[in-house]
Design a protein around this ligand. Structure first.
Ligand code: ZN
Ligand code: ZN
Length: 248
């Protein structure tokens, strides 16, 4: 299967439900080492206030090549399409997990179980000026509080993979003041998903594996320089799925 349509090719099937989106992201990850290599792709927008420059970035080997079926990233057992995910905190990587591993490992300091709620935020306030203060070059991102980074990070997709930047906390605090719903954003396990490519703009709080699924979806459906119509459909399908889960 090619990860991209040819120009003017047939519409690519777009997974609209969350599980399918996650597995599509998992497939993209295996194709490109995307999530395992997030740190490798990470770029900093400029010097950090304390001079750090992603000094903690480890040399991450991509996941080993695998067959078609999903397997548990912890023990290698094969998994049904409907399975759990854990966030590996240090690398901010989503691992697929079988039930026994989930039960054994979700209390580990290394892992955090992904969140369970999806909340659609139709009244979210984010002015153009405040958005600009985050210096995110694409209108599609998610924000998460990271316990390992000890700050709020934004992850946004690009054809090359995910790019990560640490937010200016003053701008984030102002965003929280405008949107008190963000006070309840769980550290590590959930994120705020932002779509400023749509009209009106779309916002939701989603489990962190769903947030990463957006990044994988964009990478797997990007075509040409501008992204293309396959990408537009994929993004629309992803956000429709979020809205439906929030209403369920
Ligand atoms: Zn397992
Ligand atoms: Zn999975």
């Amino acid at each position: 299967m090619s990860p991209v349509d040819g120009e003017g090719g047939p519409p690519q099937a777009v997974p609209s439900d969350g599980k399918a989106a996650i597995e599509a992201a998992g497939a993209a990850r295996r194709r490109a080492g995307l999530v395992g290599g997030l740190r490798r792709f990470a770029t900093a927008p400029g010097p950090k206030p304390d001079g750090r420059q992603n000094a903690q970035a480890p040399a991450v080997a991509g996941p080993p090549p695998r067959g078609e079926g999903e397997t548990c990233d912890l023990c290698g057992t094969s998994l049904p399409p409907d399975h759990r995910h854990l966030l590996q905190l240090e690398e901010r990587r989503i691992d697929c997990s079988c039930e026994p591993c989930w039960a054994m490992r979700s209390g580990d300091t290394e892992y955090r179980p992904v969140g369970t709620r999806t909340a659609w935020l139709p009244d979210f306030e984010l002015s153009g000026e405040r958005w600009a203060s985050f210096a995110i070059p694409i209108g599609l991102t998610f924000f998460m509080r990271s316990s390992t980074a000890k700050t709020v990070v934004a992850l946004y997709p690009s054809p090359a993979g995910a790019t990560e930047s640490e937010l200016d906390m003053g701008s984030w605090d102002a965003l929280v003041a405008d949107n008190p719903v963000l006070e309840g954003l769980d550290t590590d396990s959930e994120g705020l998903v932002v779509n400023r490519l749509s009209d009106p703009h779309q916002y939701a709080i989603a489990p962190i594996d769903q947030c990463y699924a957006l990044v994988g979806l964009v990478k797997s459906s990007w075509e040409g320089i501008s992204g293309g119509t396959g990408l537009e459909r994929a993004i629309a399908g992803y956000f429709d799925g979020l809205r439906q889960r929030a209403a369920a």
